[in-house]
Design a protein around this ligand. Sequence first.
Ligand code: NAP
Length: 541
Amino acid sequence: MSSQNCDVVIVGAGFAGLYLLHRLRGLGYSTRVFEAGGDVGGTWYWNRYPGARCDVESMQYSYSFSEELQQEWNWGERFSAQPEILEYAGHVADRFDLRRSIEFETAVTAAHFLEATNRWQVTTNKGETVSAQFCVMATGCISAAQTPEFDGLSDFKGATYHTGNWPHEGVDFTGKRIGVIGTGSSGIQAIPVLAEEAAHVTVFQRTPNYSLPARNGPMTEEYARSWKDNYAALREQQRQTPKGAIGEFNDISGLETSAEERDTAYESGWVKGGATLLGSYKDMLLDNAVNETAAEFVRDKIRTIVHDADVAEMLAAKGYPIGTKRICIDSGYFETFNRDNVDLVDINQTPIERITATGLATSETTFDFDAIVFATGFDAMTGTLFKIDIQGRNGAALRDKWRDGPRTYLGLMTESFPNLFMITGPGSPSVLTNMMVSIEQHVDWITECLLHMRDNQLEIMEPVLQAQDDWVEHVNVVAHGTLFPQAASWYMGANIPGKPRIFMPYVGGAGAYRNICDDVVADGYRGFDFQPNPSQVAAAE
Ligand code: NAP
């Protein structure tokens, strides 16, 4: 067992925790890494539902920090499925010998800042307490799976599953009747695969989602080469894009084009697959009129794909702009509703009244199921942090400080919680970007900051309240300059009853945000307050 005191506690061994551990170890920091799961991989460790797949291309959804790593690893598909991404995380852990420093199946339950010592006291579910100068939350943005409190849930005699916490041994649905609740990215990926296997699938939809075809396929040698031969330049380019991913992006306004030109552009994006269509015009997420042309294009596609006109209309998203809820990327989702063994229930028309012993009752019908799959999402961005009893100065709890919504400076730190960092925290671009790019940027920024403190004998740092207030205001203003707040999305906290409706991620773009963070450093860590290490100050006097 390693010592109870260390320089840095890292909470989580997903892609953020793994890279941070690698960097800090190389610089001689002592660390303790706690991971609730039984292995590395974070979100890809838990989300093992059938059909789980990344919606960022594999050549881009990967680490850039090691040239050897990015050259030696070979992806099998254009968009990787969960098992391959988990294998990649495992490969990284082995290649850089990281596992020996990670304590698995160990959840952090509390982290308290002790003002007497200026150190974090971190407690685990194994009853251990560790003292650290720094605590870094590498806990992920969508990690707290959310099962709604349906009446009668405990009465159900069949099996229940949540996509975000799927059994590791897999589930055999052969011959089973399944109810699936939720049609976000997870439901939209799982439903086509479940329908292939199960006897019958009934999908309960609250809000129809816009979904675009992935056009996934095997990775070609030629495509992989085109990236590997140019990785240095392409990674640099990636970092400066708004989404942290290189894709087609037309720098023209949709208002300047004719209806025919728009349809041609949308058709091209639809055929190329992934989120390409959303990059058709620069004002896609700024102008309702432009957005509506794309939304209607997608609705028309659904009307063409789905044979039953009533079902097609139920599936066609309306009432919010396309792209303002996280766009879904699917493989045969709408086609699935042409199968004889799949039914769709609009729970706005016929609400779910209760779960019963044998299934589920809506206001109109009772359904018998062998299993219910909850694809009902997550308490995003703040849920995982609030599961931990985090206390800063004066014993103030983070949950209380953020009661009206998260408040951070740059999404990296929050005032009154010295030396506590968040990787891809609320107020940073995080979930609006390729997470790998945003994770690497935050890990690099935090690492450089720790080095700055070590080199300058600084003991603690925290954001100045005014700088934090200004950042929160900026995040809000930028969000409200877009169409994003028009949707009741998890970005807004709208999927959790009682959660404050605040647009949580920073919509200003990964590249612009990176430049702001770099500028803050160049300006002497503008907006952060540092305090020296008293013993070193005394020694110098
Ligand atoms: P989600 O997008 O939040 O979708 C949850 C679904 O459950 C929604 O359809 C929601 O309806 C429904 N729901 C929630 N509470 C309900 C209730 N009480 N009654 C009925 N329906 C309810 O969650 P997710 O699909 O797990 O995806 C979350 C995020 O994870 C994604 O947006 C994405 O960022 C990430 N993700 C990525 C991938 C990928 O890379 N391809 C795959 C999966 C997930 P409403 O819309 O009405 O709230």
